[in-house]
Design a protein around this ligand. Structure first.
Ligand code: OGA
Ligand code: MN
Length: 297
């Protein structure tokens, strides 16, 4: 018997608040299906009081597909968490201490405050992200989500036609470049991992029959355009797509789990006093099912 109910959190039903389900226990197939259908409709789902361990979070997440190894785990040797499939979205180091002002991983993590879509720098980019709030700060540290389907729909017909077949280039290094972190800082052994990949700018989902803008801070170029022109186009589209009417701001409570679809949404972290307050969030990420564009040789 399933008591799962979804209450819209925004006028457009972009985000939904889900009740009547304990995600830490094994789920019946119809519950997994109900969540998948909820994601198609809403793009962002919020669940409260889900007391996950790392193991139960991974087990729950695997019901939606294969887990990605976190890009942080791939790029940096320093690891606080045992499992490579958990992205460490915290301000804590391997000794359990708050990271200092000039800590390298703290500075890299600041890139999450740019609007982005997770792992858009992978040739087959991420489907869902699932973020579990283990410890939250007293103030600040919201996460904001923007609706890339509604943002696409709101473009005028001429602009839709202009961008329909455009291809963009994504790399982790492009988002970090925006906050002054250079390509060289990734080290020689990581240069292959930051090679740009190609994505469609407009995605189409045959299941929902909706198009969405595939935008991300990881975009550094539009194929066939001078870099400056491509970046200005992307900047203008991101400004359009993150207007208030497309955005849901999530104020976290401990043990919230938020699931978002990276194919149809962007998100960003908001600031908090990370030098003084602990924020410990852990993310599992579901691998996407295919490429959006052919990759160059
Ligand atoms: C993420 C992310 C935002 C936040 O986990 O992918 O961007 O508010 N998090 O921590
Ligand atoms: Mn993210």
């Amino acid at each position: 018997m399933m008591n799962l109910a979804i209450r819209p959190l925004t006028a457009s039903a972009f985000a939904g608040d889900v009740s009547g389900i304990d995600l830490t226990r094994p789920l019946a197939p119809d519950s997994v299906r109900a969540i998948d259908e909820g994601m198609d409709r809403h793009g962002v789902l919020v669940f409260h009081d889900q007391r996950f361990s790392d193991d139960t979070q991974m087990a729950f997440s695997r019901q939606f597909g294969e887990l990605e190894v976190s890009s942080g785990a791939e790029l940096y040797k320093e690891r606080r968490l045992a499992h490579m499939e958990l992205a460490d979205i915290s301000n804590i180091d391997t000794q359990g201490q708050l990271r200092g002002a000039n800590d390298h991983l703290r500075l890299t993590a600041l890139g999450n405050r740019l609007w982005h879509s997770d792992a858009s720098f992978r040739a087959a980019p991420a489907k869902y992200s699932l973020l579990s709030a283990r410890a939250i700060p007293g103030t600040g540290g919201n996460t904001e989500f923007a609706d890339m389907r509604a943002a696409y729909d709101a473009l005028d017909a001429a602009l839709k036609a202009e961008i329909e077949d455009l291809i963009t280039e994504h790399s982790n290094a492009y988002s970090r470049e925006q906050i002054g972190i250079a390509k060289a800082d990734y080290g020689a052994d990581n240069q292959k991992r930051i090679k740009p990949v190609r994505q469609r700018l407009v995605r189409y989902d045959p299941r929902t029959r909706r198009k969405s803008l595939y935008l991300s801070a990881h975009i550094g170029a539009v194929v066939g355009m001078p870099v400056a022109e491509g970046r200005m186009l992307i900047r203008e589209l991101i400004e359009h797509a993150t207007q208030r009417q497309f955005v849901y701001a999530h104020a976290w409570q401990q043990w919230d789990l938020v699931i978002w679809d990276n194919r149809t949404t962007m998100h960003r972290a908001r600031r908090y006093d990370d030098l003084r307050e602990v924020r410990d969030m852990r993310r599992t990420t579901i691998r996407g099912e295919g490429v959006t564009a052919a990759q160059p040789q």
